[in-house]
Design a protein around this ligand. Structure first.
Ligand SMILES: [Ca+2]
Length: 206
């Protein structure tokens, strides 16, 4: 009852105002004139449209944040070796370590020796490799990102056993290939077991 009274007053007030207005007095009512309720409905309709648009923006931003959060929580890590005495590696070839002790994210391929970055970010890669004692030939090797060598080392083939250790802390884009490759001027046999290893992990995703 009270609500009806208020609405009635509102309508009367609107009528009074329009009647009192000099322009209204001199103006014929037109068929497309909007009544007071029509104005309210139109106003509310615009507000609903605006709120729907804002909701769409929030939804898009929320999905983007969810994707970002999932990326930041992602763990990528691999650690690979080869239990044979000899790991034959061609000139400029990839050292194939056929056993992955750790392969979180499945970035390392034990059949090719290549790690393919599943996400873009800052990575830490390490390699150690060994040359037999009195083999007479030095072994050069480097960690490559695609075709670019980013860290290299040499294991001397003269005298006692030699082991080199290399490391690269680099940004890698998702899909880029990282591998330990032979940089000697010939095909070589890396010494296997726990003495030649290739590993890496994601420090922080983009
Ligand atoms: Ca040596």
């Amino acid at each position: 009852m009270a609500l009806r009274l208020v609405l009635l007053l509102a309508v009367l007030t609107e009528i009074d105002l329009s009647v009192g207005s000099p322009t209204s007095l001199n103006r014929q009512k037109r068929s497309d004139d909007t009544g007071p309720l029509g104005v309210v409905v139109e106003h509310l309709t615009q507000q609903v449209i605006s709120l729907k648009q804002q909701a769409e923006v929030f939804k898009t931003e929320f999905v983007a944040l969810q994707t970002r959060a999932a990326s930041l929580e992602k763990t990528v890590a691999f650690y690979a070796g080869n239990s044979n005495d000899k790991i034959p590696t061609a000139l400029s070839g990839t050292v194939i370590l056929d056993t992955a002790f750790t392969n979180v994210g499945n970035g390392y391929d034990t059949s090719t020796g290549v790690f393919t970055a599943p996400v873009s970010g800052l990575y830490d890669f390490q390699a150690v490799f060994m040359q037999r004692e009195f083999s007479g030939n030095d072994i050069y090797a480097a960690i490559y990102i695609n075709e670019r060598a980013v860290a290299g080392g040499v294991a001397d083939g003269n005298g006692a056993w030699d082991q080199a250790s290399i490391r690269a802390i680099v940004h890698v884009t998702a899909g880029q290939k990282v591998a330990l490759k032979n940089k000697s001027n010939r095909a070589v046999n890396f010494y296997g077991h726990e003495y030649t290893r290739f590993s890496g992990f994601l420090i922080k995703a983009d």
